[in-house]
Design a protein around this ligand. Structure first.
Ligand code: 13P
Length: 248
């Protein structure tokens, strides 16, 4: 049985109060396509107001700390983002791995902290262009998955996002056959890591997904949805992706 499609917008460091109207417009499109799970992860400063203004629409965060509290200037705990209204968080995005030195071990601890606080977790994995050119893409990604994999993982709260680093924000998208190979490898690794129930863990594709390529990407076996950056910033761009997902 195919999983319900899951389309998540990652706003990264974009969005002021003025852009709350874009989230409202996106939530309105999502409400019309109730066979799709859709959500937006705005900057943490917008989580509370976005959640209050859009009941029933899934607002997420882009990161959380692995500790419950303490001397971690500038960080937010899982309980804090949950209290603000997030129901899940993106974790281990390649931009955080690169810009903030997050290791697989950190990402695993963050996912466990998110779950302990009652949040869902979207764990990101993906190879660089050099790693793909060297023929190491599958080994790198499955290695990241093993290293980042939380204890007690279950499809009710865990999602994986495959985001090739070279496809993020570049307009470049892998061949469907390469996406198929990687998602099958991730599916196999999930089976090895968690056994029963692994088929229900959704595996999202991320990297330059847009309204023009979403149908083709979402049709690839084991692609259960998308993690979308640039094309998630308004309903004009994100709506067609939700609509494409709704056709499955
Ligand atoms: P783009 O859709 O802008 O390529 O970003 C993808 C991404 O990083 C989502 O997390």
């Amino acid at each position: 049985m195919a999983n319900r499609k899951y389309i998540v917008g990652n706003w990264k460091m974009n969005g002021l109060q003025q852009q709350l109207s874009d989230i409202a417009a996106i939530a309105a499109v999502a409400a019309k396509h109730d066979n799709v799970d859709a959500g937006i992860c705005p900057p943490a400063t917008l989580i509370a107001s976005a959640n209050a203004a859009n009941p029933g629409f899934a607002i997420g965060a882009q990161d959380c700390h692995f500790n419950e509290n303490g001397a971690h200037t500038g960080n937010l705990s899982a309980a804090m983002i949950k209290e603000a209204g997030a129901t899940y968080s993106i974790l281990g995005h390649s931009e955080r791995r690169a810009d903030h030195g997050e290791s697989d071990e950190d990402v695993k601890a963050k996912a466990e902290a998110a779950h302990a606080a009652g949040l869902g977790a979207i764990i990101c994995v993906g190879e660089t262009e050099e790693e793909r050119d060297a023929g190491q893409a599958v080994a790198v990604v499955t290695g990241q998955l093993s290293g980042s994999f939380p204890e007690g993982a279950d499809a009710s709260w865990l999602t994986i996002a495959y985001e090739p680093v070279w496809a993020i924000g570049t307009g470049r998208v892998p061949e469907a056959s390469d996406v198929e190979e990687m998602h099958a490898a991730i599916r196999n690794k999930l089976g090895a890591l968690m056994g029963e129930g692994s088929d229900a863990v959704r595996i999202l594709y991320g990297g330059s997904m847009n309204g023009g390529n979403a149908s083709e990407l979402l049709a690839v076996p084991n692609v259960d949805g998308g993690l979308v950056g640039g094309a998630s910033l308004n309903a004009e761009k994100f709506g067609p992706i939700i609509e494409a997902a709704s056709a499955f």
